[in-house]
Design a protein around this ligand. Structure first.
Ligand code: ATP
Length: 256
């Protein structure tokens, strides 16, 4: 579904080139919720943004549903991106547009018909439980409601992939739970493949089938959550393991 082949990213900074990501190869399977974990500055967001080419890698190739995004023309890339929705920690809503207009924006970009757009916006707002907020502005919403609008907008064009960059990091624990269950629903009901960057171990434990551990731009290990056959090797993997071993690993792993 998503295959990264030796993708690397070097930023040019006033102090000289800075390698944010060493060559990384990984595969996200269709229907999975795939976590990317790591400490601040490990390169998580860079890796995620490479998956829809919001960030162009300095080396390597990005395959989404078999198509090499790095080889597409700007126009073909815009079209390929309709299959990939994205949400962010700070929501990135347009403050001068209403909730309905924010969601409709994604449909305008995809050149959907006006009548279809209005029907789809209503459907999406109902689905995220915000039909009564259609005419409100983002400033009138709570953080959780803003993230629901962002989710509705990200799903407007029925993407097959949803990229989530720290989607619950700005939310309180209760709101976090409701957004996580919405993301789980999107994965289970609509079979949308989800990639989620997080520094919250609980998010990984609750949601992910598999998680990649990044350290200083290196992919140090991939943890198959719940289907593990060996204990983790990386420090972060061990942390995850220590926190709730019985929920994450089968007894044969726990007993060595
Ligand atoms: N545009 C840029 N120019 C220069 N350096 C950058 C740029 N974007 C990111 N970096 C650097 O690349 C490294 C990786 O950044 P990235 O945002 O991917 O990390 P992260 O793991 O998502 O961190 P955080 O959890 O703090 O968001 C960091 O050291 C960051 O400062």
């Amino acid at each position: 579904m998503i295959r990264l082949e030796n993708v690397a990213k070097t930023y040019q900074t006033p102090a000289g080139p800075y390698q944010a990501l060493a060559p990384v190869s990984l595969e996200v399977r269709e229907g999975d919720v795939y976590g990317i974990i790591g400490y601040s500055g490990a390169g998580k967001s860079t890796l995620l943004r490479i998956m829809n080419l919001l960030e162009r890698p300095t080396a390597g190739r990005v395959f989404v549903e078999g198509k090499d995004l790095t080889a597409l023309s700007p126009r073909a890339l815009r079209e390929a991106r309709h299959a990939i929705g994205m949400i962010f920690q700070h929501f990135h809503l347009f403050s001068n547009r209403t909730v309905a207009e924010n969601v409709e924006f994604a449909l305008e970009i995809a050149k959907a018909e006006k009548g279809d757009r209005e029907k789809r916006v209503r459907e999406l707002l109902e689905w995220v439980g915000l039909e009564d907020k259609a005419d409100s502005y983002p400033s009138q919403l709570s953080g959780g409601q803003k993230q629901r609008v962002a989710i509705a907008r990200a799903l407007a064009n029925r993407p097959r992939i949803l990229l989530c960059d720290e989607p619950t990091s700005a939310l309180d624990p209760r709101t976090t739970q409701s957004i996580l269950s919405l993301i789980r629903d999107i994965n289970q009901t609509w079979k949308v493949t989800v990639v989620i960057v997080t520094h919250e171990m609980d998010v990984v434990k609750q949601l992910c089938h598999k998680a990649a551990v990044l350290e200083n731009g290196h992919l140090v290990e991939e943890l198959p959550i719940r289907h593990a056959r060996t204990a983790p090797a990386s420090a972060l993997g061990k942390l995850l393991f220590q926190e709730a071993p019985e929920r994450l690993y089968p007894t044969e792993v726990l007993n060595g």
